[in-house]
Write a protein that binds this ligand. Structure first.
Ligand code: SF4
Length: 616
């Protein structure tokens, strides 16, 4: 057990990030299990503890008698300093064991700017950062999560990637590792990787060779042996009612980002927003039955004592039995003072009705995501909401007593003009005016959050050249200049972080050198503005001779081999090409869930059906 003296904890902000022992955490005797699995999140405790995927995996793994799963999060910079000075290796929260003693360290990659934290955590653990320098006595380093749909920038550091939904593949993975250990680790590390490569959804980067054209584009990704699959397909849960859910999650002692019950209604979204990667990689829609959800909710309330249930899914208001579910949840839990919240609302009056229902217990602000300021732009991105939808919904909210509204937008989208950017300011002003019209007085508060568009792999916009930093900053200034009302607050993202995200989201393996260099020069917690060091990154690009604009700002041709083409989300490339064409012609593609199948290829390709209980 790693010793943590009170003196060290005195020197850091929030010692409870490192002490463990929270309600529902599971401590097992490492000698009594075969596989010791460290579930790692390359971000601070409060963020890592809020991740639903890790909660689910923690429960599935710990329900097995042959496995112990423990947690580890990135130590904040103050703790890192103490650990490095004191020679304290990275440890897990449950048993405070060194991470280097585990069989597997599985990182969840949620966003690109967390990559340097993976390197830093391995280093703090005393585990060689480069996969090729690790042997069978050291942990296998695995990565999962949405970023794994283009994991190439992390290829140098990772032994295997898990593509798709963890519930489907985690048990098989543990079984392969347990069998290999029981047999005395035949073939060493390569032996277990070969066994893992036979599982569907497991990608082992060392088993593939990538070559390049003289202009830098990828020319070929080739499996190094005949038994290695040329294309790895994602794993997908067919029946959401049949898999384990995180019904006994750990309850923290300190405030975390989502400090409440997370009830997942369904996976997937078929609305088809053309910028949205989650919309592709979690296809098709698969709903849980209402009875299952009510049973989960009861267990969660009993096991945690939380007094808020958040209905989380990509677009929770799309759950087909939502109205009935909300009524049943309110009925069942209102005497206990448990409230229900809907984090994402669709822009229509149905949503307002629902919001009114959930407000019976607690009132909070309303958030809508029109994403773009003009109808033309919303058609380009396939955000199927109209100007009228938005004003009707906001008007209904004002009538129902709300006065503050948050609106989310993006700038830098394909085909965007200055008129589209000004449309954001116009829309915000219209919302302000509407309040005055309805209430006969001023008093609304509108907050607009504007992010910069980052093209993501496996989306129709994966070929688009991202707007350069200067262009995004010009558009931000334009927007700023158009907002006259001081009750409209404008927030925006640093264009340079979006640029870096763009580089790594569509990067290839050569970017591993940049990551390594930037981390060595001090980059970590890049997603946190107070720690983001743009200069360090630019120096790393120069030192490695890599041009970041090649990855972020270059428009690709449809026939170019993309670094992630050997990793399949199940959606056909021809569908993505077709959708890009539809975007350019400003045509809308309908939601395949209740309209016509848009022939994206997922359902027949992966042998899975959409599940919609169709309560309405
Ligand atoms: S195959 Fe058809 S029904 Fe299935 S997700 Fe794609 S568009 Fe929707």
């Amino acid at each position: 057990m790693v010793a943590l003296s009170p003196a060290i904890l005195n020197h850091v902000a929030k010692p409870a990030r490192y002490t463990g022992n929270e309600w529902n955490s599971v401590v097992k005797d490492p000698a009594a299990v075969i596989v010791n699995f460290a579930l790692a999140m390359p971000d601070v405790y409060e963020v890592g503890m809020s991740n639903l995927g890790l909660k689910i995996l923690y429960q599935i793994l710990n329900n097995r008698s042959d496995t112990a799963a423990e947690r580890v999060y990135a130590p904040w910079v103050d703790m890192e300093r103490e650990m490095r000075v004191g020679g304290i290796p990275l440890f897990t929260l449950e048993s405070r064991r060194p991470v280097a003693d585990f069989d597997v360290v599985g990182f969840s990659l949620q966003y690109e700017l967390s990559y340097t934290n993976v390197l830093n955590m391995l280093d703090l653990a005393g585990i060689p950062v480069l996969a090729r320098e690790r042997n069978e006595r050291q942990p296998l380093v695995a990565c999962g999560g949405p970023c794994v749909f283009n994991p190439e920038p992390m290829a140098d550091f990772t032994d295997f990637f898990v593509l798709g939904e963890g519930e489907e593949v985690i048990k098989e993975t543990v079984e392969v590792i347990a069998a290999w250990k029981k047999r005395g680790k035949p073939g060493g590390k390569e032996g277990v990787l070969k066994d893992l490569a036979r599982l569907n959804g497991i990608y082992i980067p060392a088993f593939y060779d990538v070559s390049y054209h003289s202009d830098g584009r990828v020319s070929m990704v080739k499996p190094l042996s005949p038994e290695v699959k040329p294309v790895i397909s994602k794993r997908v849960v067919r029946d959401m009612d049949a898999v384990d859910f995180a019904t006994k999650p750990i309850v923290p002692y300190i405030e975390i980002v989502h400090n409440r019950i997370m009830l997942e209604l369904f996976r997937g979204c078929t609305r088809g927003c053309r910028f949205c990667q989650a919309g592709t990689i979690y296809r098709p829609v698969r709903e849980r039955k209402m009875e299952t959800l009510l049973a989960h909710a009861q267990e969660l309330v009993d096991n945690t004592g939380y007094n808020e249930i958040s209905l989380v899914s990509l677009s929770s208001a799309d759950y087909s039995c939502l109205s009935d579910l909300i009524h049943s949840l309110i009925d069942r839990f209102k005497d206990q003072g448990v409230s229900i919240s809907l984090p994402s609302l669709r822009i229509d009056s149905f949503s307002i009705e629902l919001a009114k229902q959930v407000q019976q217990v607690r009132k909070s602000g309303l958030t809508f995501a029109p994403e773009a300021g003009t109808q033309r732009m919303r058609n380009v991105i396939n955000k199927g909401v109209t100007h009228e939808d938005l004003l009707t919904a906001v008007g209904a909210a004002f009538c129902a007593g709300w006065s503050s509204v948050k609106l989310y937008f993006m700038i830098g989208l394909p085909t965007e003009t200055d008129e589209d950017v000004s449309g954001i300011a116009n829309l915000a002003q219209e919302v302000m005016n509407l309040y005055k019209e309805i209430k006969g007085r001023r008093g609304a508060k509108v907050t607009i959050s504007v992010s910069s568009f980052v093209p993501k792999p496996h989306t129709p916009f994966q070929w688009f050249g991202q707007n350069p930093v200067e262009e995004i900053e010009r558009k931000q200034r334009l927007l700023r200049s158009l907002i006259k009302d001081r009750n409209i607050t404008l927030n925006w993202h640093d264009a340079r972080t979006s640029f870096l995200e763009g580089v790594f989201s569509r990067g290839d393996r050569r970017l591993g050198r940049v990551l390594y260099q930037a981390w060595q020069n001090g980059a970590r917690f890049d997603g946190w503005s107070e720690h983001f060091k743009f200069d360090v990154w630019m120096e790393a690009f120069v030192a490695t001779g890599i041009d970041p604009a090649f990855y972020a700002n270059r428009e690709r041709q449809f026939d170019e081999i993309l670094p992630w083409d050997h990793l399949s989300s199940g959606v056909d490339k021809s569908f993505l090409v077709r959708e890009y064409g539809q975007a350019l012609s400003e045509s809308v593609t309908k939601d395949c869930r209740r309209d016509l199948c848009a022939d994206c290829g997922v359902c027949p390709g992966l042998g899975v059906d959409p599940v919609d209980w169709g309560c309405r």
